[in-house]
Design a protein around this ligand. Structure first.
Ligand code: NAP
Ligand code: ZN
Length: 334
C-alpha cells in the first residue's frame, strides 16, 4: 500500500505529490481514509520553516476528517467505518504529571501530526487511536475538520480562563481561528467584539455572532473601548502593538494569546498591575475538552465557514491563505 501525499521539500516550494510506503500499521494506530483536511496557519509556519525546526520533506495537515479503514492490533473503542477527526496532537507520554492531570496537550513528549510525514494532506493517514476523535453526526466533515485545531484552540480558553456568559469578549484577527472564536464566544453567551484589519469582513463577522466590529488599521479605533472587555483572545501571528488591547481590558481582564507573533511583545508593566490585568496563553486542547468542544459545536450548530479546494491545488490554497484571502478556512479534498 502506498500513501499519496503532498510534501514540501524546502521553505520556498509549494507541496508536491509525494509517495509514502508506510510499512506495517503500528498496534496502537488506526488508518484513516482522509475525506477532507483544513489548512491552518500553523501549517504555513511549518512549511515555511518559520519556527526553524522543520524537517523536510514534510507532509502537513492537522485538521483531518475521514473514515477508519484499518485498526492496529491493540486498538480499542474504534471500529472500521467510524468517521473520526485528527487534530494537531497525535500522541503524548500519558504518564507525566500534565498527562495524568488531563492536560496531555501540555506534555513534553506531545507528538504533532503535521511535523513529519504523518499529516492529513494525503489520501490516507495513520494516527494513535487515543488521539482520534469521533465526529458527531450533526456536523458535516468539511465544517468539522477545522474544529480539530482551530475550534479546539479557541474553545479551550473559554473553559481554562473561566469565561462566563455575562462577560464581554474580544477576538483579534478574523481568520481560521478568529471566526470560530466569534461563534463559540457568542454561543457561550458573551458579548463579542471583533478586531480586524479587514473592513470587508464586517458583515460576515456580525453574521457569525459579533456584536461590534472594530477596524484596527486606525490606531485611535480602540480608544473608546478602554476598560470595557473582560477577556480578549488574540489569534494573529503578526507583530503589532498590544498596548491598546491591554488598555481595553477591565480590571482583572485577561489577554490570551493563541496566535504567536514572531517577535517578543513589549508592554508597560503598569498597565497590568494597575488594574490586575493578566496575560495568558493557550495551546490546542486536551482530549476530554476536544470531545466537549465537538459536542458543544454539534449542539449549537457551530461549523467552520469553509472554501473547499481539491488537494492538488494545495499550492494555490497556501498562497491564498498567506495573502489573507481565505474566507475563513480552506479545506482540501484528496
Ligand atoms: P489565519 O486564518 O491566517 O488568520 C489570522 C488572521 O490574522 C488573519 O485572518 C487576519 O485577520 C489577521 N492578520 C493577518 N495579518 C495581520 C497583520 N499584519 N496585522 C494584524 N492582523 C493580521 O490563521 P489561523 O489559522 O487562524 O492561525 C492564526 C495563528 O494561530 C497562527 O500563528 C497559528 O500558528 C496559531 N495557532 C495557534 C494554535 C494554538 O494552539 N495556540 C493553534 C492553531 C493555530 P483580519 O483580516 O481580521 O485582520
Ligand atoms: Zn492548526
Amino acid at each position: 500500500m502506498v500513501i499519496h501525499a503532498y510534501a514540501a521539500q524546502d521553505p520556498e516550494a509549494a507541496p508536491e505529490p509525494f509517495e509514502i510506503e508506510p510499512g506495517p500499521l503500528p498496534p496502537t494506530h488506526v488508518e484513516i481514509a482522509v475525506e477532507v483536511c483544513g489548512l491552518c496557519h500553523s501549517d504555513v509556519h511549518i512549511l515555511r520553516n518559520h519556527w526553524r525546526n522543520t524537517e523536510y520533506p514534510v507532509v502537513c495537515g492537522h485538521e483531518a476528517v475521514g473514515e477508519i479503514v484499518a485498526l492496529g492490533d491493540a486498538v480499542e473503542g474504534s471500529s472500521v467505518g467510524d468517521r473520526v477527526g485528527v487534530g494537531w496532537q497525535n500522541g503524548a507520554c500519558l504518564r507525566c504529571e500534565a498527562c495524568l492531570n488531563g492536560d496531555e496537550n501540555l506534555c513534553d513528549e506531545s507528538r504533532a501530526t503535521a511535523r513529519r510525514q504523518e499529516g492529513g494532506f494525503a489520501n490516507r493517514m495513520r494516527a494513535d487511536h487515543r488521539f482520534v476523535h469521533p465526529i458527531p453526526d450533526a456536523l458535516s466533515s468539511a465544517g468539522a475538520a477545522p474544529l480539530l485545531c482551530a475550534g479546539a484552540t479557541v474553545f479551550s480558553p473559554l473553559e481554562v480562563y473561566d469565561v462566563r456568559p455575562s462577560m464581554r469578549v474580544g477576538v483579534i484577527g478574523i481568520g481560521g481561528l478568529g471566526h470560530l472564536a466569534i461563534r463559540f464566544a457568542h454561543a457561550w453567551g458573551c458579548e463579542v467584539t471583533a478586531f480586524s484589519t479587514s473592513p470587508d469582513k464586517e458583515d460576515e463577522a456580525r453574521r457569525l455572532g459579533a456584536d461590534r466590529f472594530v477596524v484596527t488599521r486606525d490606531e485611535s479605533a480602540l480608544k473608546p473601548l478602554r476598560g470595557t472587555l473582560d477577556f480578549i483572545v488574540s489569534t494573529i501571528h503578526a507583530n503589532v502593538d498590544f498596548t491598546p488591547y491591554v488598555m481595553a481590558l477591565r480590571p482583572h481582564g485577561t489577554l490570551c494569546f493563541v496566535g504567536a507573533p514572531s517577535e517578543p511583545i513589549t508592554l508597560h508593566a503598569g498597565l497590568l498591575l494597575g488594574r490586575s490585568r493578566r496575560l495568558a496563553g493557550s495551546l490546542i486542547a486536551p482530549r476530554a475538552r476536544m470531545r466537549r468542544m465537538l459536542e458543544f459545536a454539534a449542539r449549537h450548530g457551530i461549523e467552520a465557514e469553509v472554501e473547499t479546494m481539491p488537494m492538488e491545488a494545495i499550492g494555490d490554497a497556501l498562497a491564498r491563505l498567506e495573502a489573507n484571502r481565505a474566507r475563513y478556512r480552506i479545506v482540501l479534498r484528496p
